[in-house]
Design a binder for this molecule. Structure first.
Ligand code: ZN
Length: 98
């Protein structure tokens, strides 16, 4: 018999907002690299989260490797869900962690 998780954690409003900011920043960077002007961007460079995620993960990884603090919120899906903690992003106190 399958056991259903009692409670699945969800992104908080702050985490979702942060997520959007980062995805949009990567998207804008791609537009700049591709030389696409502001109109009909969706035709020339459709929003593809798999491309955006890969660039985003690389960027976060590289910046952290260089010693910069980057908050990139996530939820660890384990036996019990839990939120990332401030020690991951490196800030002593991070408003984005519940
Ligand atoms: Zn954080």
């Amino acid at each position: 018999m399958d056991t259903v998780k009692e409670k699945e954690l969800e992104f908080t409003g702050d985490m979702m907002e942060r997520d959007d900011i980062m995805d949009n920043a990567v998207y804008q960077m791609c537009l700049a690299f591709l030389g696409i002007e502001s109109d009909d961007t969706e035709d020339k460079f459709p929003w593809d989260i798999s491309i955006l995620n890969e660039i985003r993960e690389f960027t976060v990884h590289l910046l952290r490797e260089q010693g910069y603090q980057v908050c990139d919120p996530y939820i660890e899906r384990d036996d019990i869900d839990h939120y990332c903690s401030p020690h991951v992003c490196g800030f002593k106190k991070c408003e984005l962690h519940p």
